[in-house]
Design a protein around this ligand. Structure first.
Ligand code: RM4
Ligand code: MN
Ligand code: MN
Length: 430
């Protein structure tokens, strides 16, 4: 049996921080009470919040230049599941993982489900991959996949997506996420109108195979690897496609897939309005699709996104049921630590958005009291809600300080012995 962090260690580490936690939680509770906010209500909501871990995220990523593999990296989906389970064990906020195919392909999916269940994790949306060629693949995706100029290549990409749905059914998933790298690098390389027709035609064929209770998440991206035009470049294109496909198609917002300075929270608001917000791939960025850790660069942006989500939930927006996932590449940190920190940052933004006084905010907006409205919103962001997050974890059997427990356990060192390095890359994003 491979190593798992003993719950007794979590207990021992929690004891060291317990007194301070009681004090900090009580103090924050009193502070919030003065503002008319019941801390318990917030803690319960935060405890129920869940974000999926991408299976490709637990491997070490890389840049265009190099990948520096770390000792004890997962070698297969079974190892990845262990790391996903560890993240959930300590943070109590990541009960599911989002697999990527063919990276996570196995011969026996019943065995995979059994292993996941034994580890206490489930499966979220399945992701297809038509942005690389796989060994032995008949036709190349060099010039595109679902929107390729040749029908045979499009058919191959459609078949792969259908296979992902079939695998997902075995895993208990309820959604397929489709991101394509299709686009062009040179003006004139492709007909901007025709490629969208091909994409829609292909996606129609995939959509037709969705089980009744499934959704398909369309992920847009401004650029990369195509640097002149991308077939599904923005939320407008994504929404056009979702509306053309049917009610099961929704638009997924990866925070890194927009031009710099774009008002992403407004995009989120518009997609909610259209009843087509699929959910998120959370990460952070400074320049492009940097895939940095969530909340590490611009936590205020993350808060502003959550402000729209809490607002939508407060007004019971029709069809509002977003799926939350992380999508990051970890090049210089231990992926387990990064994913734990990111899961906590999404919870933080959620908690901060929850404590905004929405009634006072609406009144200030109605009066055009700009400064008051801004300060009411900002009050949520500047509040240190860490004791709420720790309390939610503690009550769920997790760690007050997940990264401290992880380090105390020597998990990675032990895994380095259990997982002798394999040659080649299994991590995906290189
Ligand atoms: C893409 C996109 C997809 C992810 C791949 C690895 O940029 O974000 O969601 O599956 O990267
Ligand atoms: Mn993504
Ligand atoms: Mn991306």
């Amino acid at each position: 049996m491979s190593y798992r962090i003993p719950d007794s260690l979590i207990g021992e580490e929690n004891v060291k921080l317990a007194a301070a936690q009681v004090e900090d939680y009580a103090a924050l509770g009193r502070r919030l009470e003065r503002a008319g906010v019941d801390i318990e209500t917030i803690t319960v909501k935060v405890a129920a919040f869940a974000v999926a871990v991408p299976t490709w995220g637990v491997g070490t990523g890389g840049t265009r230049f190099a990948r520096f593999p770390g000792a004890g990296e997962p070698r297969s989906i079974f190892d990845k599941l262990e790391d996903c389970a560890t993240i959930h064990q300590l943070t109590r906020s990541t009960p599911t993982c989002s697999p990527h195919f063919p990276w996570d392909k196995v011969g026996d999916y019943r065995e995979l489900v059994e292993r996941a269940t034994a580890l206490g994790v489930g499966f979220d949306a399945v992701n297809s991959n038509t942005f690389q060629d796989q060994p032995g693949q008949t036709l190349s995706y060099k010039f595109g996949s679902l929107a390729h100029s040749r029908k045979a290549v499009r058919d191959q990409a459609v078949a792969h997506n259908i296979e992902c749905i079939e695998i997902g059914e075995k895993l208990g998933s309820k959604a397929l996420t489709v991101w394509i790298a299709d686009g062009s690098n040179f003006p004139g390389q492709s007909n901007l109108n025709r490629v969208f027709d091909w994409y829609l035609e292909s996606m129609n064929a995939v959509y037709a195979r969705l089980p009744g209770d499934w959704r398909v998440f369309l992920e847009h991206k401004l650029s990369e690897p195509a640097f002149y035009s991308t077939v599904v470049s923005d939320w407008g294109t994504s929404l056009m496609a979702a509306q053309a496909l049917g009610p099961k198609a929704h638009c997924l917002v990866d925070l890194g897939h927009h031009a710099p300075n774009v008002n992403i929270e407004q995009i989120v608001s518009r997609l909610i309005r259209a009843g087509r917000l699929a959910g998120f791939h959370f990460n952070d960025s400074k320049y492009g699709d940097d895939d940095l850790d969530t909340g590490s660069i611009d936590p205020f942006r993350l808060f502003r996104v959550f402000n729209e989500l809490v607002d939508a939930s407060a007004r019971d927006a029709p069809g509002f049921d977003p799926a939350y996932m992380l999508d990051q590449s970890h090049n210089v940190t231990d992926p387990v630590e990064s994913l734990m920190a990111s899961a906590m940052e999404t919870q933080r933004a959620f908690a901060q958005a929850l404590i905004v006084d929405r009634r006072a905010l609406a009144a200030a907006q109605a009066e055009n009291d700009v400064m008051l409205a801004h300060r009411l919103l900002k009050a949520g962001f500047v509040a240190d809600v860490s004791p709420i997050l720790a309390e939610a974890r503690l009550r769920g059997g997790g760690a007050i300080d997940p990264i401290a427990v992880y380090r105390a356990s020597n998990y990675r060192k032990i895994k380095a012995k259990e997982r002798p390095a394999v040659t080649g890359s299994i991590s995906g994003i290189v």
